[in-house]
Design a protein around this ligand. Sequence first.
Ligand code: PHE
Length: 337
Amino acid sequence: LRQEAIEKISNVDNLSELNELRVSFLGKKGPVQGLMKLMKNLPKEEKPEFGQKVNVLKSELSALIDQKKIELEEKETLEKIESEKIDITLPGRKPNVGNLHPLNLITQELEDLFIGLGYQVIEGSDIVDDLYCFERANIPKDHPARDMQDSLYIDENQLLRTHTTAIQMVVLEQCAPKPIKVVCPGKVYRRDDDDATHSHQFMQMEGLVVGENITLSDLKGTLLFLARKMFGQDKEIRFRPSYFPFTEPSVEVDVSCHICNGKGCPTCKGTGWIEILGAGQVHPNVLKMAGYDPEKASGFAFGVGIERVAMLKYGIDDIRHFYTNDKRFSEEFKRFE
Ligand code: PHE
C-alpha cells in the first residue's frame, strides 16, 4: 500500500488529482483508515506497534502529499507567469487620430488673422427672421434673392439664412450707435442644385467694421492683408465695381492668381486674377434701419466664401468633396494643422 501510494503521489501532475489522491488514501473510507479499523481484531500486545506503524505511514503519506502540493503550486505559478508574459519591446499600435476639416482649417486661419487685427468673432443662428436676412439688408420685396426658389423657408417669416449678412444685420442693431469690428463665420443655405461649384449649403465669413470715417481704403488695406496672409506675401488685389443692395459702393475683389502669380493660366482663365469675395461700404439705409446716423457713422462689410478660399488654396476642383466625408480626402489635410 505504501509503495502504491508513493508512486501515485510522485506521478500526479496537477493539484486537483493530488487532492483526489489525498481523499482516496487518507480519507475516512480510505485504506489507511481501514487499517486502523483492523486494530480491534488484533491481540492486545500487538496493538501499540501496529497502531504506531499505521500512524507513521499516515504522516509519511500526508507529508509527501504536502510536499507535492507545494511543488505543483510553484509549477502552476511559473506556467501562469510564462503564459502571461508581455513583450514590451514590440512596437505599439498607433491610435487613429482625426484631424480638422479643411473648412474648419480655413475658418480658424481667418478667425486668427482677424483676431490679430482686433476683431471679435460673432456667430448667429442658422434660422433667421426674414427681417434680418433681407429687409434690414435693404433687399426690396421684389428682389430675386427673396424668391422662394432661392431660399429655404421654414414658415412665412423664418428661413435658413442665405448669407452671413443676416448676422451682420443683427450685430448692427445690437451695437448701434457704437463702433463695431467683427467677423461672423457660419453656414448658409440656398435652394440650389448641387454640382462641382454649387452646394445648397456652404460656409461664409462676414466682416463688418463701423465707426467714424471708415472708408473704402480701410477696406482695401484690410483685404490686401487677408489676401497676402491666405495666398502669399507677394499677392495684389483689385476692386471691380459691383452691386449688392446692402453696400454702396459695392465691389468685387480679385486677388492675383496664386498659381501663375498674375501671368495668366487656366485657373485664372488667362486673366491673372481670381475673384475671392464681395464687399463694399455699408449702405446708408442699412445703417439708418439699424439705428445709426449715416451722417456720423460709416463702415465697410465683406463676405467671403470659405469653400472658395479652401478650393483655391488647396487646389480642390469639386465642392462636393467637402461634404462626402471620404477619409482619403479629409486625411490629406493633416499636414496643414
Ligand atoms: N452677402 C453677399 C453674398 O452672399 C456677400 C457680401 C457681404 C457682399 C457683405 C458685400 C458685403 O454674396
